[in-house]
Design a protein around this ligand. Structure first.
Ligand code: ADP
Length: 543
């Protein structure tokens, strides 16, 4: 007599795309191609192309576990590569094209990539890098046969030809859910980038965990536009989450300027869009300029750096768009927390609700968070104690790709490098990255808070706060600010704007107006560059 048994089905990314192909066959996947044209297919075609690509890779002799890299925009073929490569038992290694050539070379050699898929934009650069790439055996252009590309990259293969050479009988192989499926390197602002290799299982669990109603909450009624690049932590998992629930997917290609995004939102009736705050600044300016009310847009998820409070208010009050704030990192797939209100908040006044939405949110099921002091003491979740944020869960890294030992603490937690506070309801407040926080006379000042206040001044379009060296206090805050178009605030205006919003000793010592701020590959401000340039401004004066 048997005790009974449940089916033992592997949790694989293949199971996700198979579901989308079978049950959401004609749900549109809309893709802006590199030449600006729009292609319209559906999950059925994406699944069939991915399945044929997987057969083509096997035919090319790429082996299980080997890495296939992509240097590409958010487009339909990139989604097919995500599923096709992983489904064939290989690892989809997405690469940030905005890295310096030396970093690109380091990453591809370190990952020992065997195949490199690329979009046309990057063909000339790849032609030049090629002599340094030691392991790549096949260069595959993501498109139909093209003479220009063939001239730039000798011996190139064309993805559309590879797919066309396979038949509909191509099948998905069986794979173990603990096999790796994708690889993403951290940006490595200090030291060499580190690789995080996700597994099929971690990706499926992240998909289910991230997509709970109080998470991304995507559904088959949504038209979802990931503006977050597909090389930035797998576009925060959106290609998997949309396929799992059968949302329509809108892929913006290379045009990430505000006006192109507004056109897509209005033209394709996007209901949910995701991206980092810098991109959303561009979007808000474009909405203002074009007069669009973004009528279809219901929700937008912002993460990667802190969502400015005025942005939460403006999206809500001007456009009726709910801004959902999330926190995560490459090492956490990325979702670590996401902001939704609780039942007890329903009747709160509007302003108090908006205030609560500023938090980075609460961990979804699957993630555990804790705060630890520098001395190793576990701190309470009381809304007061700030400490090192640590995380654990089945979609959190244990060991970096090719690293010798585990990256975890002795008791199995991953230290995020962020300083945070958690309140009694489990809401997380990121104070800063530990390396960015300003230590003034032994007290901490949050750059996140200083920036939020600066950006809330109508004469400022963007701002960054850094620690500048100081003879007496070790470090003091300095704010670099970009003036808003047509505005001309003075340093005194901005400093006055801080009065009453934070303790007096936290008010910056100096505001410097700049024309631009250095932005890294994933759209975040490079504070280390600013520290190099402005770190001594207080030392050269009468401090
Ligand atoms: P990198 O920025 O190094 O390329 P990640 O994208 O993995 O790599 O960045 C993760 C970091 O981004 C977090 O550790 C945190 O410092 C910051 N971050 C992410 N989301 C938020 C947020 N909502 N608010 C503040 N900081 C955030």
């Amino acid at each position: 007599m048997s005790l009974g048994k449940m089916m033992d089905k592997a949790l694989t990314t293949t199971s996700i795309i198979e579901h989308a192909g079978r049950f959401h066959t004609n749900t549109p996947v809309i893709s802006v191609e590199t030449d600006g044209t729009i292609s319209r297919t559906g999950w059925g075609e994406v699944e069939s192309n991915a399945r044929k690509l997987n057969a083509a890779l096997v035919r090319l002799g790429v082996k299980t576990g080997e890495r296939c890299a992509t240097i590409a925009w958010n487009n339909r073929r990139h989604v097919e590569i995500y599923f096709g490569v992983a489904g064939a038992g290989m690892v989809c290694h997405t690469i940030n094209p905005r890295l310096f050539p030396e970093q690109l070379i380091y990453i591809m050699n370190h990952a020992e990539d065997k195949v490199l898929f690329f979009d046309k934009t990057f063909a000339p650069a790849i032609g030049k890098l090629r002599e340094h790439l030691k392991t790549i055996e096949h260069y595959v252009y993501m498109g139909a046969a093209d003479d220009e590309v063939a001239a730039a990259v000798d011996g190139v293969l064309f993805m559309d030809d590879l797919i066309a050479a396979e038949t509909d009988d191509a099948t998905w192989p069986e794979i173990d859910e603990r096999m790796p499926s994708s690889l993403c390197y951290t940006s490595g602002t200090t030291g060499n980038p580190k690789g995080v290799e996700y597994t099929h299982r971690s990706t499926v669990l992240h998909t289910l965990g991230a997509n709970q109603a109080d998470g991304l909450g995507l559904s088959a009624k949504d038209v979802v536009m990931p503006v977050v690049p597909m090389f930035h932590v797998n576009a925060w998992g959106v290609p998997y989450a949309t396929a799992a629930v059968g949302s329509s997917l809108v892929l913006p290609g290379p045009g990430l300027d505000g006006e192109s995004l507004v056109k897509l939102i209005d033209g394709e009736k996007v209901t949910m869009a995701l991206g980092v705050p810098t991109i959303w600044l561009g979007l808000m300016n474009a909405l203002e300029k074009t007069g669009s009310k973004a009528l279809s847009l219901q929700r937008t998820l912002i993460g990667g750096s802190a969502a400015p409070s005025y942005m939460i208010r403006e999206f809500d009050e001007k456009y009726g768009v709910e801004l959902i704030h999330g926190w995560g990192m490459t090492e956490t797939s990325p979702l670590g927390s996401i902001n939704q209100l609780l039942a007890k908040h329903t009747d709160l006044p509007h302003d108090e609700k908006l205030k609560l939405r500023e938090s980075q949110g609460r961990p979804p099921y699957g993630v555990d968070l804790r705060l630890v002091s520098d001395e190793g003491e576990i701190l309470p979740h009381d809304g007061k104690a700030a400490g090192n944020l640590q995380i654990s869960g089945p979609w959190v890294v244990d060991t970096y790709f090719k690293a010798d030992g585990s990256a975890l603490t002795d008791d199995g937690w991953f230290d995020t490098g962020d300083v945070a506070m958690i309140d009694e309801d489990g809401y997380l407040f990121i104070t800063d990255r530990s390396k960015d926080i300003i230590k003034s006379g032994g007290e901490w000042i949050s750059t996140v808070e200083l920036e939020d206040i600066a950006i809330s001044h109508p004469g400022v379009s963007n701002a960054a706060a850094i620690a500048a060296r100081h003879e007496k206090w070790d470090e003091r805050p300095v704010v670099l600010a970009i003036k808003a178009e047509g505005a001309d605030p003075s340093e005194a205006d901005i400093l006055a704007h801080y009065e009453g919003k934070i303790a007096h000793w936290q008010i910056p010592d100096k505001v410097i107006f700049v024309d631009s701020l250095p932005i890294g590959g994933t759209g975040k401000i490079l504070k280390n560059k600013l520290r190099d340039e402005y770190g001594d401004v207080l030392m050269t004066e009468d401090a």
